[in-house]
Write a protein that binds this ligand. Sequence first.
Ligand code: NDP
Length: 243
Amino acid sequence: MTNKPLIVITGASSGFGAEIAKIFNEAGFPELLLSRRTQKIKELPLDFSNVLVEEVDVTDKEQFETAVNKAVAKFGPVDLLVNNAGLMLLGNIQNQDPKEWQTMLDTNVMGVLNGMQIVLNEMIERQSGTIINMSSLAGKKTFTNHAAYVASKYGVHGLTETVREEVSGKNVRVAVVAPGAAETELLTHVTDEGALESYQEWKNAMGGVVLDPKHVAEVVKFIYDMPQDVTIREIDIAPTRQD
Ligand code: NDP
């Protein structure tokens, strides 16, 4: 049994979340790993002896909270929540189905707010704990065909900094990570062929090199590994050639 504290990661079934799960698993932390497709998490190369896997849609706060409570009962308080789950549905504002905007805002913004509300009271009471929200460079600058995604990620930047200011006096850390392009499953949900083509052209123009998700996981670990009284408020990480 480990004496390390509990780490909760949303969107652990692929991409960045799976790499973040691996890096903390290798370091011996107990983990609660969440996503809708739990089978994919169970197939990750992890030591599952101190891992709890739960099927959670982050837009469903009750389901999210039930899973966290189960892990807390087993492993103790949440010391790090990584709000990583997210969705990017690219599209032109004139044609995109508004349901896609709603899904992105629900997942990328409401999902993050849900997670923060679930863990914050206990962290404030304990005067310790860390929340790291996965935003994007699309939370700082614009990209063609990204209107609703950009809106959701500017939202993540704004809410992260707001809550950081609110809870910093209680020694709770809140940080945001803003990655550039990586090829995970993120693009596989895009239904607009034109938007996908324009993404490929943009990628080719910057030399075709994208981020390895492993480096994003290293950034998350680096933020967490600082002493509790040091907050790295934001890290931007992108392929060198990305504009
Ligand atoms: P992936 O599509 O590979 O991973 C997304 C993860 O989120 C999956 O594990 C998925 O699991 C989970 N997820 C999606 N919707 C929900 C939901 N409603 N409830 C619970 N889990 C959900 O993409 P990435 O790894 O690339 O994305 C991770 C984060 O990084 C996102 O927030 C994304 O916006 C951000 N990002 C990605 C960049 C990139 O270029 N890839 C760049 C910048 C930021 P499941 O489907 O099993 O539920």
